[in-house]
Design a protein around this ligand. Sequence first.
Ligand code: SF4
Length: 288
Amino acid sequence: MKTYSEYLAGIFPGMKVQKISVNAGMSCPNRDGTIGTGGCSYCRVDSFTPSYCMEEPGVVAQIERGKAFFARKYPEMRYLAYFQSFTNTHGRSLAALEALYHEALACRDVVGLIVGTRPDTLPDDVVGLLSRLAADVPVFVEIGAESTFDETLRRVNRGHTWAQTADAVTRCAAAGLHCGLHLIAGLPGEDDAMVMENVRRACRLPIETLKLHQLQIIEGTPLHRAWLAGTADVEPYTLERYTALCRAILRIIPEDVVVERWLAQSPPQMVAAPKWGIKNYQFNNILK
Ligand code: SF4
């Protein structure tokens, strides 16, 4: 199986590329009332937004700050503008989204776009916009599926179904976008067999990348409160059990799907469980 770096090298031959996370001040339909207000039960947005884009108001300023961080060491580096926080195809007009993406792509040395979003916020006009951009630069769409079981999705208050994910991936891939799915291992009520089935179903779709990570119980979330009350129906993975699961997953993943990451790394002070204290690259070494 290719590594994520090898995958990027195939798309950007001869270039060294680095993602820069951008917080465009977007909202989330599961928080702003479009489909719900409470959010997913495990979600705390400041646990997955890098500190360098928490306070910066402008997209360009965030990209320039990110570039300055990396360019000191690697002046030849090229960049992917990574619209990561919240739902980056939601809550703005098509014209406003187009202006936003163009703003990022106009930054010097930015050679591609990554848009993190939900499966239920990729209507045809947005997919069409991303497809037009993809005529000039590679465009990656990262879709949060989290589970393929509708009962789990309901329990964690995702507000969408697996059928919506399958439909969004199919339309995005047909529009020439590089598609990746995000899954979480250990959601309420899911055992290892269900996680394996999530991976199998995801890999039957036209995806190129998969991000899988262990469920983290983040302090202050509804899941954390349920966990403290003993009603969460989760058993946080030990590092040993999760390693064994990932090894089993490696055996069923098709050759043409790249696992971009295996680990979530929220700030340790926010994580109630599991507390492993290792980084993604260290876990990759354990898996070898
Ligand atoms: S995980 Fe994503 S979709 Fe769910 S509440 Fe958080 S930002 Fe919204």
